[in-house]
Ligand binder design. Sequence first.
Ligand code: NOJ
Ligand code: CA
Length: 689
Amino acid sequence: MKIKLIIIICSWCYFIQTKAAEINIQSPNKIIQVHIQQQKDGSVWYSVSRKNKAVILPSSFSFTLTEPNVLLQQFNITSIDSSSVNESWQPVWGELKNIQNNYKQLALTLTDKNGSGIIIKLVFRVFDDGAAFRYEFPKQKNLDYFIVKDELTQFKLAGDHKTFWIPGDFDSNEYRYNTTKLTEVDALKAVKDETAISTQFPFSENGVQTPLMMKSDDGLYINIHEAALLNYSAMQLVIDKKTLTLTSQLVPDAVGNKAYLHAPEVTPWRTIIVSDKATDILASKMILNLNEPSKIKDVSFIQPQKFIGVWWEMFNGKSAWDSASGKHGATTANVKKYIDFAAKHGIHGVLVEGWNRGWEDWFGKWKENVFDFITPYSDFDINELTVYAKARNVQIIAHHETSGAATNYERYMDTAYRFMIDHHQNTVKTGYVGKIIPRGEHHDGQWMVNHYTRVAEKTASYKIMLDAHEPVRPTGLYRTYPNWMACEAGRGTEFNGFSRGNLPEHETIMPFTRWMGGPMDYTPGIFHMKLTQFDPNKKEMVHTTLTKQLAFYVVIFSPIQMAADMPENYEAHLDAFKFIEDVAVNWDDTKILEAEPGDYVTIARKAKDKDDWFVGGITDENGRISTIDLGFLDTNKKYEATIYRDAEDAHFDTNPEVYVIEKKTVDSKTILKIKEAPGGGYAIRLQKL
Ligand code: NOJ
Ligand code: CA
């Protein structure tokens, strides 16, 4: 049931501003405080504190517009409105059955002091786990069209925090995370370290991406990101190392503008999540709460699911996307093998990459008309496979790699989605590898942000679920578009196949960074860590133990989870694969049990509409003992725990595929202690007896 309470507490006007104004807003439990101050010059400043500890020191904002040509920095405050909301709502799918949205709001109406007459609303929402604000451009008297040259929003930090960051690339989030003091961030070096990416894309030299995770010396965990990124460019943060101030930098378009707005319009929310416990950061629902409710009325077609796919074999050298390669993966016979495996093990989907013509030309040529998304290669019999999959209750997942040509994709979308429906497909994985067409646009700029939204809306109109690779990183929009199941927008498993890979700490940082905004199609479930299976000279490897791969199905929240390895590698470990068969992809409850960014994460989740709980624990390159307090189980009930853990001698680098599976009877008073190997982890299924 939805309980909504909006109280207008006060509303008044300041006509002539003679002295600086000061206003405070507190979160419902009074732990978080936002202090707003207006200087005599008309500039507006805000600061954030938690239990009287400074989180953001006084920070200001300005907009530079080129159309009309104005700097918006000095204002008259013409009204102040306060309100509060305390409601609960139910996501279509998610980590919790009910989500509480509880905040105090303050909206300042600001009129440009310097004659343009432009009005902006600055709206703050203060939650118990942080604060957020956005700018609104209401309908104006004379002009309603703005070109934003810059939005300079400041976040002045109270210390030189430990920071988990990736560089400010305008096109990619696919980096390893760096952990340094803020003053030691070197974005240029981080880009140079990833030659595959840096040779293609421009970036901001002093910039870092959000979600940006920080930890202060006095133990505050601070996360800065944005929510509801629609019709605007993504926000990056530029660090001023002298003043420890982060300033927003929006991703530019082909001519250097940052956004085109037609009032009434709102910017995304700028979010600051803060706690003295790392687990609270992962439990926060603030970003989701700041997004609008679902725009999709009939959500019956939206089904969380697991899938396998003709995919990893393109990374380990067994096959290729391109049919002329002599080792084409998407052949009718090979896809049948995957369908058979899926049917046998209760896996819903089979992704097929390389099924359509165009892969000879797909990468690095910046060519527009590479794919039409409807013409299969001749050795892929789509009609036969449609019948074959349907008879086995399996669905083929479509793959639409655009090779960055968003314009071409927009031309084909309707045709391609009709083709999917005709072939009994209701999930599509899109991809935007390489430079974007329209040329000069960036993956994270306003043009592409609008493109991804159009794709979400268009797929919804065909009752298709969407999994977008290489889009802008998520900002909680899956609340508004629940058919937009997952995004890549980060460095996934694939990097282990063609680069120095992901470090063991990677997935202990991702929950605090990339995953704050929404589900990632991380493609977990690799069981064979060395990639020498088909090419003895291949040096790459996956830097985890096998049971850490199982833990990912709980630690990583996504309603669409790939079991990314090949059937033959699963056949060799069917006892461990059983966990992937059993694990849920949609949840009624989630408990963050242990977490420290860069070190370890342990999460328990209750399967949707079932009594089963699942627990996943992962660690970085250091082994550790994880302590799992099962106090979340129903009291006075016994459960059977099936534990998949690292063997005593397991090690991500030297001995990754050894594990132990054991069963124990437990209850809500049990405290389990499980040893995680270096680069390891464990997974537990808890069934009520
Ligand atoms: C990159 C995607 O992340 C990957 O999953 C896909 O296989 C390739 N592009 C080809 O589209
Ligand atoms: Ca570490």
